[in-house]
Design a protein around this ligand. Structure first.
Ligand code: SF4
Length: 267
């Protein structure tokens, strides 16, 4: 493998050109791309939103990303060539590449190939996942992953099912596996009045997060209503939160204090 050179024609690092044939065969389906994201991992980041998600979160703000094998068909090599062109900016802004969705682990081969290429270029990688299909991330994929942004949407199994339509346990299993690997994690929790503001469950989640030992920060994300127009545009999907209010500042502070009381770094 030749590291460091750049193809004079395409501006693509030579080592990527050498692996291009392999990576061209790894297809992926994208919903969209954000070129300078600031909230899904450290620094300024290129964020690829992958299509396909097995969850049905009641508050999903990207319901159009849930469908499988839809959206922009691409391949890992094409995406890496584009990432290579943005590399200097991403490095200078202490950022990297985040794969989000949808559920990126619905397309594990694509995630693995993109992250492998990023690591060959020295670019930081972050995986934004619900963890529900964490078993699809093999150890090699995780070896190319610098940070996992892991959503725990409720800590009570019934509450989790009510919010997502699926079981909680696979997410907890994935969290424990990441802890064993000592993989840095940012845990994320969306606070939705009437759905996830169960204080007993939040206290249990705080203890669980603290005991994992690899949680660098815990983000409490207040439910907001900005994505509702997408639901209105998608007649075939039911949305039940039109009457749900955003959490008050007091409620948000209270929930954050529960996590802080466990010694977690809270945002
Ligand atoms: S995991 Fe994300 S993309 Fe999937 S349904 Fe929930 S909010 Fe939507």
């Amino acid at each position: 493998m030749i590291k460091g050179g750049t193809c004079p024609v395409s501006s693509t690092p030579v080592f990527l050109e050498n692996r291009g044939e392999k990576m061209e065969n790894v297809t992926g389906y994208l919903h969209s791309v954000e070129t300078a994201g600031t909230v899904d991992g450290p620094g300024i980041r290129r964020i690829l939103f992958l299509n396909g998600c097995p969850l049905k979160c009641v508050y999903c703000h990207n319901p159009d990303t849930r469908k499988f094998k839809q959206g922009i068909k691409t391949d890992a090599f094409s995406e890496l060539r584009t990432i290579a062109k943005q590399k200097e900016m991403l490095l200078s802004m202490k950022g990297g590449v985040t794969l989000s969705g949808g559920e990126p682990l619905s397309q594990p081969a694509f995630v693995k190939a993109v992250f492998e290429g990023c690591k060959l270029m020295g670019i930081h990688t972050a995986l934004d996942t619900s963890g529900f299909v964490g078993h699809r991330a093999d150890d090699e994929l995780l070896s190319y992953t610098d940070l996992v942004l892991l959503d725990i949407k409720h800590f009570d199994p019934e509450g989790y099912k009510r919010v997502t339509g699926v079981d909680l346990q696979p997410t907890l299993d994935f969290a424990k596996r990441l802890a064993k690997l000592n993989k840095p994690v940012w845990l994320r929790f969306v606070l939705v009045p009437g759905y996830t503001d169960d204080m007993q469950a939040i206290k249990k989640m705080a203890k669980f997060a603290k005991n994992l030992g690899n949680v660098e920060r815990l983000e409490v994300l207040p439910f907001h209503k900005m994505g509702e127009y997408k639901w209105e545009a998608m007649d075939e999907m039911d949305y039940e939160l039109f009457d749900t209010e955003e959490p008050t500042a007091e409620l948000l502070d209270h929930v954050k204090s529960i996590f802080k009381n466990e010694g977690l770094t809270v945002y």
